[in-house]
Design a protein around this ligand. Structure first.
Ligand code: ZN
Length: 252
């Protein structure tokens, strides 16, 4: 297999995702702030693929965004309404009318998403008071994480691809945006996982786990240090599966 890398999606050229990705137009601007550690684990992280799926998005790697020119320009532009996607007691829930179109007016909604572990996300906020001061929003996921390869141990942990899908569902429902290609993000996520599961079961490959992956709903939460290493993905924690068909699919 060729070891050459596609410098757009960061996968080997023989597995490049780019021809199957169509950049979706959205009214909302999505800004992915990636911790340098996530950037190094590029292949497993879904942030870059999510960015490629959204025409109106940016991705920036770092921890201190108070000195980041492009991020600061977005924060300080009066034509923008910048919000941080981060769960918590004060966060407004986009899924339940926490922001209405009249309040947004003519401004552009700019959503900042952090792509990091919980510890990484906290550090990024500590080093970036301008992000810390942003009003926070969250959403109620319509389904459990479909993550098999990363063994997300908690119900509230979603990949960046899934979280962005959920945000677009919530934004469309609230009348704040349109979600033109609702199958693309999850379809891509599924294909990426299928590929990694095939690698895991191929005895010719080294460096992949040999144990079969358990389904997300059969996992028990990690405790202590390993729990703190969980990926940070903003989500309200209130899981409301869409339908019994969806349940059957995820618990199979
Ligand atoms: Zn590519």
């Amino acid at each position: 297999m060729s070891r050459e890398t596609c410098y757009r999606c960061f996968w080997p050229k023989s597995l490049c995702w780019c021809p199957s990705i169509q950049a979706m137009p959205t009214r909302t601007k999505f800004v992915f702030l990636m911790h340098p550690k996530e950037y190094k684990q590029e292949k497993a992280a879904t942030g870059r693929l999510t960015h490629l799926c959204l025409a109106h998005s940016e991705i920036h790697v770092g921890t201190d965004f108070d000195r980041h020119e492009e991020v600061q320009a977005l924060l300080n532009d009066p034509r923008n309404l910048p919000l941080l996607v981060y769960p918590g007691a004060e966060a407004r829930n986009l899924s339940t009318g926490g922001l209405n179109p009249a309040e947004l007016g003519d401004r552009q909604l700019v959503l900042f998403l952090i792509d990091a572990t919980w510890a990484g996300a906290r550090k990024m906020l500590r080093l970036s008071p301008s992000l810390q001061r942003l009003p926070r929003v969250m959403f109620t996921a319509t389904s459990l994480s479909r993550y098999v390869i990363k063994q997300q141990p908690q119900a509230g942990c979603l990949s960046t691809l899934e979280a962005t899908h959920e945000l677009l569902v919530a934004l469309e429902h609230a009348g704040l945006d349109r979600y033109p290609l609702p199958d693309q993000l999850l379809g891509l996520f599924q294909r990426m996982q299928d590929y990694q599961i095939r690698c895991a079961t191929d005895p010719a490959r080294t460096g992949y786990r040999r144990k079969p992956y358990s389904q997300p709903d059969q996992r028990t939460p990690h405790r202590g240090a390993s729990a703190r290493r969980n990926r940070f993905i903003p989500e309200s924690g209130q899981i409301q599966p869409v339908s019994t068909a969806e349940n059957a699919r995820t618990s199979r």
